[in-house]
Design a protein around this ligand. Structure first.
Ligand SMILES: [Zn+2]
Length: 74
């Protein structure tokens, strides 16, 4: 029985398409192609989808969502 346990599969891994998952809503929102080294293993990447990005931007720019200041400067 000559089963080779350490069989190495060689694949051309110069460019790889990986799914992008939003770390906020866990939605798979994009695919990204990037260069990878054979020595490095690249898995699923996490980021932020446009929806959540807009929500966060709206929160930042919306003064109502900020801490309510009781003392308003005139
Ligand atoms: Zn999202």
């Amino acid at each position: 029985m000559g089963m080779d346990k350490t069989q190495k599969i060689k694949m051309p891994m110069t460019a790889k398409t990986i799914p992008m998952i939003c770390s906020w809503c866990k939605k798979l929102y994009d695919y990204k192609t990037w260069q990878v080294d054979e020595s490095r293993r690249t898995g699923v990447s996490h980021g932020m989808c446009q929806d959540c990005l807009n929500k966060q931007n709206a929160k930042i720019h919306d003064p109502e969502s900020r801490q309510n200041k009781k003392d308003k400067p005139e």
